[in-house]
Ligand binder design. Structure first.
Ligand code: AMP
Length: 385
């Protein structure tokens, strides 16, 4: 028997939750979000926002009581909160078991390698001088040391080229469990978004190519500029991981590509920044796919209308007014999405645009032109000279 789902609860109130909510509302669902900051990007468009900390179990219980299914838009919520909902027999999708693995890079990499049988860069657990010495012996330099838990957008990670770097990184991690991973001098990074339903059906979106700036996604190019065989293998691996995890919902697998070889870097058990383009370039978005998966609706294969490029519009710390949008919007192939955040702090994700083209090259050149038109200006005339 399936539960009749009318209200979706979302843990987290950022832009992913906002776009998920807009799609869920279009499909006729009510949405309640729980997020510590009032007037969040998601809260602005949801039916209700519960303003509370993610570890406030009373508030979490309230979210569960008001929702028919609870999901999350980022993976750093306390596992205990999801476990508490599950203990009350609330439907949480993806489940706490999935969250437990994907919250911890060591569990995640071990799962990908041993349970899903996919290639990852050689890695080892490091939490003190002795385990560091063993990891250096086994894996060598250069390497990347990452905190096992809590990192995102390149935070909590250090590229290390020698023993001194590695000692400094371990000291900076301040006793936290870390993963020591071989540095992959990749040619490019790609990702695949899939959605898996309760019946085990998996659909996958086109493989995207992702370019980062200071660890933050800057540009997504779709389809990725890789040979068809590499793209097919990336999809296959992504589907294998989803099946092994028994995840319900949308998820993203990030890969490094080196000489045609694929190494899994990360699993995001949620909708993902590299899937924003799907709102405008595929007939079903990653957000709709997630809603369908968690609400027991049929999943269909995504179809790409045209090559597309998504440009993240990051804050610059120079002001909160996005200048140049008027020029950007003259291009009929551009779709602009703004998240409703007040302050454009340095590298904060504020908005994005997607542009379609007949070829990837055309979409890319339009995207670069568009990016060049935008800047952040101060609202206040008094401080401009
Ligand atoms: P992550 O938080 O693991 O997704 O890492 C953020 C970014 O750091 C990745 O997108 C890569 O650009 C870079 N990175 C992480 N791990 C490695 C690695 N083993 N080799 C090379 N670059 C890496």
């Amino acid at each position: 028997m399936t539960t009749r789902i009318e209200t979706i609860g979302i843990l987290g109130g950022g832009q992913l939750g906002r776009m998920l909510t807009l799609e869920a509302k279009r499909m006729g669902y009510r949405v309640v979000t729980l997020e510590p900051l009032p007037n969040s990007p998601c809260g602005q468009v949801a039916d209700e926002q519960i303003v509370a900390a993610y570890d406030d179990l009373r508030a979490i219980g309230e979210l569960g009581a008001r929702s028919d299914v609870v999901t999350y838009e980022f993976e750093n919520i306390p596992l205990e909160s999801v476990r508490a909902l599950e203990a009350e027999r609330r439907l949480v999708r993806p489940s706490g078991d999935v969250l437990r693995i994907t919250q911890d890079r060591l569990l995640e990499k071990t799962f990908v390698r041993d349970d899903a049988g996919c290639e990852v860069a050689p890695f080892a657990a490091v939490d003190d001088a002795a385990s560091l010495a063993r990891a250096i012996d086994a894996i060598g330099f250069p390497a990347v040391i990452k905190t096992a838990r809590g990192g995102y957008d390149g935070k909590g990670q250090w590229v290390v080229r020698d023993r001194a770097d590695a000692d400094a990184a371990l000291a900076a991690a301040r006793g936290a469990a870390t993963i020591y991973e071989r540095f992959v001098p990749f040619d490019l990074e790609v990702s695949v978004i899939c959605a898996r339903g309760t019946d085990g059906t998996i659909v996958s979106f086109p493989v995207t190519e992702n370019q980062h700036d200071h660890g933050v996604l800057a540009t997504t190019i779709v389809p990725a500029r890789v040979p068809a065989a590499v793209a097919a293998r990336a999809k296959q691996m992504a589907e294998r991981i989803g099946a092994a995890l028994e995840i319900v919902g949308a998820y993203c697998i990030e890969f490094f590509v080196k000489d045609g070889e694929l190494f899994v870097n990360e699993i995001a058990p949620r909708v993902h920044n590299s899937g924003h383009y799907s709102l405008d370039a595929t007939q079903i978005s990653q957000y709709e796919a997630h809603v369908r998966a968690i609400c027991d609706l049929p999943l269909v294969e995504p179809k790409l209308f045209e090559p597309a490029v998504m440009v993240n519009i990051l804050g610059a710390g120079t002001g909160d007014h996005l200048a140049g949008a008027e020029s950007l919007l003259r291009d009929p192939d551009v779709k602009l999405h703004v998240y409703g955040k007040r302050h454009a702090a340095l590298r904060r994700k504020m908005a994005h645009f997607t542009v379609l083209g007949e070829t990837v090259e055309e979409a890319l050149s339009k995207a670069e032109r568009g990016r060049g038109l935008l800047s952040w200006e101060s609202d206040s005339l008094s401080i401009t000279r």
